[in-house]
Write a protein that binds this ligand. Structure first.
Ligand SMILES: Nc1ncnc2c1ncn2[C@@H]1O[C@H](COP(=O)(O)OP(=O)(O)OP(=O)(O)O)[C@@H](O)[C@H]1O
Ligand SMILES: [Mg+2]
Length: 399
């Protein structure tokens, strides 16, 4: 695409605005002619009043003000500028006929923010003075930008630290949650064992083992997620691609979640396009489907969940739609980030990692994931994966 450089430069650093104030047209024309090559946008006013109107409307870097004007003279204009917040800091160069004007005292005006030029104007003096003020203005602007950037970085850093600290507290809590019932089950088994398993019916033993199994699974999922995230941040992910059927995976994952679905009273409506085969990493695709489905179960309990797979040109799409609590607009940009959650801490269990991992997994395949959500109505997550993904295909596409 052809680039409009002038536009780019103009938006990056807009020209400084310079105000010329003089009651005589020929003086204004002469000043404009002198300053035509300077990096400034020139504005002109034929009176103090006209100047004030412009001053309120624009942000000026500098004002060149003729001292001798009828009605409001240059010094009176300066007094008003000095007493107005918006115009207080604008440097002024007075243009005057006589040296005696220099004795004029500016109450409260910073030295350095005021200068004088004497008639007849020396073109060299005019240009170099104006240039010096414009450079000062430019430096001030750069400094302000740097301060602003620094302030932003600081805020981001503080936020990242806060999120990390919160995460550590949530993670420890989450890891302990399955440990408590697990300990209880073990105690029970120990007691039963010491009594030689008398009075401990087989069904009860099976139930204990089942519960323990569930807790251990839950624990290892949590630990796997944590390991995954640390691998991702260290850039140490490996891919194991092979012919993978997305629709088949959806079926398997839904089956794995049978108990959870039942407990949450969620009905799943599966609308799959059979044989949606791509060269993908099976485990990672499974992880995406599992993370989206487990979210739907957690955040949309009791509602109907629709899972659809479909072909969209050269891409496969997975859509997981629920009619649950939805996500507040202001949280939407964050939920795919590490440790970010959109529910109050500990109201519903979770580490805030599922969507981050899902997005990373999609990206590893050259695909992506996005969400549409309305608070209290529900959410729809859409994952798109290229059907023919060779290694390096992602780079080629973005070139
Ligand atoms: N289907 C959904 N409906 C409403 N909110 C959702 C849904 N899916 C995700 N969210 C919101 O996005 C946040 C991030 O989701 P993510 O899956 O990354 O983390 P989590 O579910 O909180 O924890 P984890 O998946 O690590 O156990 C959730 O905490 C939740 O607030
Ligand atoms: Mg989740």
């Amino acid at each position: 695409m052809p680039q409009d450089n002038s536009q780019a430069i103009a938006t990056e650093s807009p020209l400084a605005k310079c105000l010329l104030v003089d009651d005589l047209e020929e003086n204004l024309l002469a000043l404009e002619a002198l300053l035509v090559d300077e990096p400034a946008e020139l504005y002109r006013a034929r009176s103090g009043i006209a100047a004030l109107e412009l001053l309120l409307e624009h942000d000026f870097a500098l004002a060149l003000v003729d001292v001798q004007m009828p009605e409001m003279n240059g010094f009176q204009l300066a007094e008003i500028m000095r007493s107005t917040e918006k115009t207080r800091a604008i440097p002024i160069i007075f243009i005057t006929a006589g040296e005696h004007d220099k004795r004029w005292v500016f109450r409260g005006y910073d030295a350095g923010a005021v200068d004088f030029m004497f008639k007849p104007l020396d073109s060299h003096v005019v240009r170099s003075k104006v240039r010096a003020f414009l450079e000062l203005h430019q430096q001030k602007r750069l400094l302000e930008e740097k301060v602003e950037a620094l302030r932003r970085t600081e805020t981001e850093l503080a936020r990242a630290l806060r999120v990390r600290d919160e995460f550590i507290s949530i993670a420890s809590h989450e890891l302990r949650t399955p440990l408590t019932p697990l300990k209880l089950q073990l105690q029970m088994l120990r007691r039963a064992a010491s009594a030689g398993f008398e009075s401990f019916p087989r069904e009860r033993l099976e139930k204990v083992l089942e519960t323990s199994d569930r807790q251990v699974n839950h624990l290892s999922h949590l630990v796997d997620d944590l390991l995954d995230v640390s691998r991702i941040s260290l850039g140490k992910v490996s891919m194991n691609t092979g012919e993978t059927d997305l629709s088949e995976i959806v079926r398997q994952v839904v089956e794995q979640f049978e108990d959870e679905l039942l407990n949450a009273q969620c009905h799943v409506d599966i609308q799959i396009t059979p044989k949606l085969v791509g060269l993908w990493d099976k485990d990672r695709i499974q992880q995406i489907v599992a993370n989206l489905l487990s979210n739907a179960i957690k955040y949309a309990a009791g509602s109907e969940i629709v899972i659809r797979t479909q072909r969209a040109g050269e891409r496969a799409q997975l859509i997981v739609q629920d009619h649950g609590m939805g996500i507040p607009d202001e949280r939407l940009p964050h939920i795919f980030d590490r440790f970010e959650r959109a529910v109050p801490e500990r109201s519903i269990s979770g580490l805030g990692l599922g969507l981050y991992i899902a997005r990373q997994n999609a990206a590893l395949h050259g695909g992506d994931i996005y969400v549409q959500s309305t608070l209290h109505e529900g959410s729809t997550f859409v994952v798109t994966l290229p059907l023919r993904h060779e290694s390096g295909a992602a780079q080629r596409e973005t070139r």
